[in-house]
Write a protein that binds this ligand. Structure first.
Ligand code: DGL
Length: 270
């Protein structure tokens, strides 16, 4: 038994899509979330900067005596996971392996599209992870750098005409390839799923890693006997590096319940 919380973090709001799934699948676990909205997006930054930010985010979460780290961000998973894994003793979960498993299970015509930040797409991490599972799958990738700022801008942007037109522009080449599965290779993108789905059409299944990641977390907690005492009430703490006033309503919308206890962190101190 281990009553310490699980630390979940992202460059901003996107990781809350993973947080939600973990809270749903592991209702007895306590969670601490950090979203670095003050420095998002990460996906247009250099590898060195992404690694530096990842380490600061983890140092902050470690002050909460966490038992496990979930990197709820594809960009950090692609660039920092190996580095972080080598330098920490805690179990560390990334999201790309889980997304790849979900995509391989879903595709029927073995044509898979990947959308993500420029950093994730350029890393080739999804291609490697999917082809390691099944090398006959054809992969088509497209970076969508404007999607993260649109999500961070607020809910009114997630399904409006401007976002729809941007999505149409980004996704047109992928539509032409005939993919039957599209991996939302950025944890912010499930928040745009109605818009993306409208552009791609009914024949294309959208896959995100959140469900699969939560399953991995559950399996590791059980294998390592790290469950929190189910008689205790779980606690949830939320931190952002930007304005709490902006974070709380968006966090509430994503999680489907009112969050009014978020705190601001000066992440540069870590
Ligand atoms: N949610 C992050 C990801 O999955 C977004 C990275 C960014 O801030 O650009 O890649």
């Amino acid at each position: 038994m281990d009553n310490r919380p699980i630390g979940v973090f992202d460059s901003g709001l996107g990781g809350l899509t993973v947080f939600k799934e973990i809270a749903d699948q592991l209702p007895h676990e306590s969670l601490v979330y950090f979203g670095d909205s003050g420095r998002a997006p990460y996906g247009t930054k250099s590898r060195d900067t992404v690694i530096k930010y990842t380490l600061q985010d983890i140092r902050f979460l470690m002050t909460h005596d966490i038992k496990m780290i979930v990197i709820a961000c594809n960009t950090m998973s692609a660039h920092s996971y190996e580095f972080v894994r080598r330098n920490h003793d805690l179990p560390i979960i990334e999201v790309i392996g889980a997304g790849a498993v979900a995509a391989v299970a879903e595709t029927r015509n073995k044509k898979v599209g990947i959308i993500g930040t420029p950093a994730t797409v350029n890393s080739g991490a999804y291609q490697k992870a999917i082809n390691k599972l099944d090398d006959s799958i054809e992969i088509y990738q497209k970076a969508c750098p404007l999607f993260v700022p649109l999500v961070e801008e607020g809910q009114e942007w997630w399904e409006n005409d401007i976002t729809y037109n941007i999505a149409k522009e980004y996704l047109a080449p992928l539509k032409q390839t005939g993919v039957d599965t599209l991996v939302l290779g950025c944890t912010h993108y499930p928040l745009l799923k109605n818009t993306i789905s409208k552009v791609m059409g009914e024949g294309v299944t959208l896959v995100s890693s959140a469900f699969e990641v939560a399953r991995v977390v559950k399996r590791i907690i059980s294998d390592k006997n790290m469950q929190r005492d189910p008689r205790l009430t779980p606690t949830y703490h939320y931190y952002t590096s930007d304005s709490v006033e902006k974070f709380e309503p968006l966090c509430s919308a994503i999680l489907g319940r009112t969050i009014n206890s978020a705190k601001k962190v000066d992440i540069e101190e870590y």
